[in-house]
Write a protein that binds this ligand. Structure first.
Ligand code: SAM
Length: 278
């Protein structure tokens, strides 16, 4: 396995948002993890910028319907996948290459009784373990910043969509060039080498026969969200130190402050992009 992939997996194996932390938050609120519903779990199981509202926004832009089979590319602990199946009634398959996330996703999904409609595969978004034309819609949220080969992930999404299918994703985007030190910290600490600009994504969609249907700038909203998220991670200090140690917490705090700083200075932003396969 290459160093980049190992780094991303380790990043998510030791992430402050994890299954134990989700269950602790539910218990603290007085919810019984053994009698859980998705309506309770939804408040803690989303690992993107925004909660279920932004999953609803993505689903609306993508036109997801109950009859659809949706692929969630880089599905993490499965929060968006479960929410879509619960709210819309569609079938959802999640794909992620971090095994601890896939296993947590499966356990959380069983807890809320959605395992008949939501399943998770362990695999790489740049070489998907699916037949061509298997899905009506593919979605992804805040994950492709970690994928060095953006061309491959878009090519794979185009391949596994049915003709007429829809790709709808949100991701971190490059708004103005990073200096050499910022580039190297993004690669080494955030495991995010070569963040793509919106123009780069639009070119890749065109090259893969996907017709652009929507392109929204989320930069201002995400900057606000990320500043709050940094405060939220700091609020998880005790549980993060107890699970992963003080040095890990300190390193995470340094890295995340740097990452959020790139948003507040306007170098990084975010976009919601929708495209249809011919
Ligand atoms: C920020 S989390 C997002 C999880 C989920 N989309 C959500 O919104 O809750 C990013 C996820 O992308 C996964 N990931 C990154 N690169 C990947 C790749 N090449 N193939 C599959 N999964 C990948 C990571 O393992 C991680 O679980």
């Amino acid at each position: 396995m290459n160093k980049q992939k190992t780094g991303v997996i380790q990043f998510y194996d030791t992430h402050p948002i994890n299954e134990d932390e989700i269950l602790a938050k539910l218990r603290a609120r007085g919810d019984d993890p053994d009698k859980l519903t998705q309506d309770q779990l939804k408040d803690f199981d989303q690992d993107h910028y925004g909660g279920i509202d932004v999953v609803d926004a993505l689903a609306e832009r993508a036109g997801i319907q109950a009859s659809h089979h949706v692929l969630d590319v880089c599905s993490g602990m499965g929060g968006p996948a479960r929410w879509l199946a619960h709210r819309i009634g569609c079938r959802v398959t999640g794909l992620d290459f971090t095994l601890s996330r896939v296993e947590a996703a499966r356990r959380l999904t069983r807890r809320v009784g959605l395992d008949g409609r939501v399943d998770f595969r362990h695999g790489d978004a740049t070489a998907m373990p699916f037949e061509a034309g298997a899905f009506d819609v593919a979605i992804s949220q805040e994950a492709w910043l970690h994928v060095p080969d953006k061309k491959a992930v878009i090519r794979e999404c185009a391949r596994v969509l049915k003709p007429g299918g829809t790709l709808a994703f949100t991701d971190v985007t490059l708004r103005s060039p990073l200096d050499a030190e910022e580039e190297s910290r993004m690669a080494a600490e955030m495991h995010a080498p070569g963040v793509a600009s919106v123009d780069r994504y639009l070119a890749l969609l065109r090259d893969n026969g996907l017709q652009l249907a929507g392109n929204e700038d989320l930069s201002a909203m995400w900057t606000d969200t990320l500043v709050k998220r940094l405060a939220m991670y700091r609020g998880l200090r005790d549980t993060t130190v107890a699970k992963f140690g003080q040095a890990h917490f300190a390193a995470w705090d340094r890295t995340y402050s740097f990452f959020v700083g790139l948003f507040t200075t306007g170098k990084l932003g975010g976009a919601r992009i929708v495209a249809h396969k011919d």
